[in-house]
Design a protein around this ligand. Structure first.
Ligand code: NFE
Length: 503
């Protein structure tokens, strides 16, 4: 039986998943990116300093990661002498964006896969937000709308949390988290200029000043977000994990993991990072080599050559191609499938023993829920690794503000050469993000982005190997094949962003 899960809701962009189910088991899954965008095409011929501005428009969720990757790529050509403040402000903007993104993903996108919203009908308290939510859900349910109370309802069939108090508590935090997301975004905008698309991020630093009042406001906002992470997000996540322990075993991708590392400790491009970079395969971590990345297009709607390295990338749309099923390309590392994202970020660092806090948190939570680190390759593992990332990043951001030289320079001065090429890599919330720029005659001659969701939602490659999410779906038992709540939970655990994936 063939079932299309699309449009898959509570994620960013247009994703379909074509599944084939036999005996209640998914035997084939195809991730389908349903649109073409073409940023790499219209960047050509532009001024190089347009790149960190234009590439932010790839996405309204992770814009700063694109600005940062673009800035790193350009810095590798311009070689500016960056003042320490410049890199710190980059970090403060990007880090706050991660915090916003994790709260958004857990509460608004993923938690509704587990939390029973209908529990609100039993609410008898006086909290104004919950009273309003109860009224809205009941009026929607008594309406004639085809999808009442969307995106809360209708629900896919399956088991949800059955503890009324837990459900109502999570719904309260769902609402409260919106305020905290706003605070994280305000914190980014103090130095970035605005949210979502920062005007102040440049190669070589940030055009905003690092004044005492900016820093104090930032600290106060991130402090509140940090408290929410510890007091609400972590307990809610642990509650979900305790109610659904089977999801430590569901949704394993069948390949390696890759992280580019996140948040450098110093202004130099090769500075050590809070999360260390690396490629993890069979328990071994090796250094990332950008020349080992290729993109296959056999099953993508492009007639350009398949298997090209990033700096040779081509983009020739072919909507009528017969063999293809997605607008997403299929990136591979050394011709192998790798998952990127929070699990990759945490496991790659953990395996190297880089950041003692990451090790401590992994061991602590693994002990608390009774798993080993290899179970982080799962639905719950991805959620837990996002929460671990949130704790580590929030602490780092508070420390980073103490390292600012108040009123000191935040931007380097530099000349842009007429030609050159460079890579810039960082971790967006959803994982490894690579930008490549080639400048000729003072203009962008080539621009390539290899984006987290392009890796995770990739279609099959030239060797017929499924992408990470496809591989995580295949073999999954589904109680109700027409609806597949299990598959939906797997998909959302990757936090796909299709706008980014097809860029
Ligand atoms: Ni549009 Fe993005 C992140 C990037 S995902 S959200 O995180 O880069 O592919």
């Amino acid at each position: 039986m063939k079932v299309n899960l699309g449009p898959v809701t509570r994620l960013e962009g247009h994703l379909n998943v074509h599944t084939t189910v036999e005996n209640n088991t998914i035997i084939d899954a195809r991730c389908v990116g349903e649109m073409f965008r073409g940023f790499e095409v219209f960047l050509r011929g532009r001024h190089p300093l347009d790149a960190q501005q234009i590439t932010q428009r790839i996405c309204g969720v992770c814009p700063y990661a694109h600005a940062i990757a673009s800035s790193y790529a350009q810095e590798s050509i311009y070689r500016p002498n960056i003042p320490p403040n410049g890199r710190i402000l980059h970090n403060l903007i990007q880090g706050a964006n991660h915090l916003y993104d994790y709260l958004l993903h857990f509460y608004q996108l993923a938690a509704l896969d587990f939390v029973d919203v209908t529990a609100i009908s039993n609410y008898s308290g006086t909290d104004t937000d919950l009273v309003a939510l109860k009224g809205w859900v009941s009026s929607e349910l008594s309406s004639n709308k085809p999808f009442p109370a969307a995106p809360f309802l209708p629900r896919l069939s399956g088991k949800y949390i059955d503890d009324t108090e837990l459900n109502i508590g999570a719904l309260k935090n769902y609402i409260e988290s919106l305020e905290l997301q706003k605070k994280a975004n305000r914190a980014s905008a103090i130095f970035g200029g605005k949210f979502p698309h920062a005007t102040a991020i440049f190669p070589g630093g940030c055009s905003q000043d690092a004044t005492i009042d900016h820093i104090a406001t930032y600290q106060s906002l991130i402090g509140e977000v940090r408290n929410f992470i510890h007091q609400k997000y972590i307990p809610d996540l642990v509650a979900v994990a305790s109610a659904f322990p089977e999801y430590w075993e569901i949704g394993q991708s069948k390949g390696g993991f890759m992280s580019y590392g996140l948040l450098p400790f110093g202004p130099e491009l090769d500075s050590a990072r809070l999360f260390a970079p690396g490629v993890l395969e069979n328990g071994q971590v090796s250094a990332v080599d950008f020349n080992a990345i290729t993109e296959d297009v056999r099953y993508s709607h492009y007639s350009s050559r398949s298997g090209l390295r990033v700096r040779k990338g081509e983009l020739q749309p072919a909507p009528d191609k017969q063999t293809s099923y997605s607008w997403i390309k299929a990136p591979r590392y050394n011709n192998k499938v790798v998952e990127v994202g929070a699990t990759a970020r945490v496991l790659v660092d953990y395996q190297q023993g880089n950041n003692s806090k990451i090790k401590q948190l992994v061991d602590h939570f693994a002990g608390q829920v009774g798993i080993t680190a290899d179970k982080l390759n799962s639905v719950l593992g991805r959620h837990l690794c996002r929460a671990i990332s949130a704790v580590v990043i929030a602490d780092f951001l508070m420390e980073e503000t103490e390292r600012i030289n108040h009123g000191g320079p935040t931007m380097a001065e530099y000349q842009i050469p007429s030609s050159g090429e460079g890579f810039g890599a960082t971790e967006a919330s959803r994982g490894a993000l690579l930008h490549y720029i080639r400048i000729e005659d003072h203009k962008i001659a080539k621009y390539e982005c290899v984006v987290p969701t392009t890796w995770n939602c990739s279609p099959k490659d030239d060797n017929d190997r499924n992408g990470p999410m496809e591989s995580a779906l295949i073999g999954t038992y589904v109680e109700t094949p027409q609806e597949q709540i299990e598959a939906n939970r797997i998909v959302r655990s990757f936090d796909p962003c299709l706008a980014c994936a097809v860029h």
